[in-house]
Design a protein around this ligand. Structure first.
Ligand code: CA
Ligand code: CA
Length: 153
């Protein structure tokens, strides 16, 4: 499968949003999935970090947002957590999730891979950031897209 539009068309966005809702029902963390064609203007980790800030994800009360940033046409992704998470967990925290997602991407199982990654994030987060009564949904659960530069390449 090639192209951002084909990637987006093949995604089951509702399934991803539902997975985020379920995961956030188990922890206080906020999970977001963002898809854009390429990691424009830098390496994917830098661009993901920039996107993290642009989406307002540094504004959660406990600084426990997690972003799954996907460059659809490169079939690459980055998973990053905010400072509240980074202070607690080691560098290996996301490795198992990332390894599994890499496998799923290679197999073309994009929705399933993303849903499983979201579920795994929720599992990891609830250890350190358990759900508490009165939890606020601080960030939207819908998949975020940016294809504004889609026609430039
Ligand atoms: Ca929340
Ligand atoms: Ca949310």
């Amino acid at each position: 499968m090639k192209g951002h539009k084909a990637f987006v068309a093949a995604l089951d966005q509702q399934a991803i949003t539902d997975a985020i809702k379920r995961a956030e029902g188990n922890c206080s963390g906020e999970i977001r999935v963002h898809v854009q064609p390429k990691a424009w203007g830098g390496d994917i980790d830098t661009v993901a970090r920039r996107t993290f800030e642009r989406l307002g994800m540094t504004k959660t009360a406990l600084r426990n947002g997690v972003l799954l940033f996907i460059a659809s046409e490169e079939h690459r992704f980055a998973i990053l957590g905010d400072s509240g998470i980074d202070q607690i967990v080691g560098g290996d925290f996301w490795n198992a999730i990332a390894a599994r997602l890499t496998e799923q991407f290679k197999a073309g199982e994009f929705t399933r891979g993303i849903v499983e990654a979201v579920e795994a994030c929720g599992e990891q987060l609830k250890t350190h950031f358990p759900f508490e009564r009165g939890d606020v949904d601080e960030l939207p659960n819908e998949v975020s897209f940016d294809d504004s530069r889609q026609d430039e390449h």
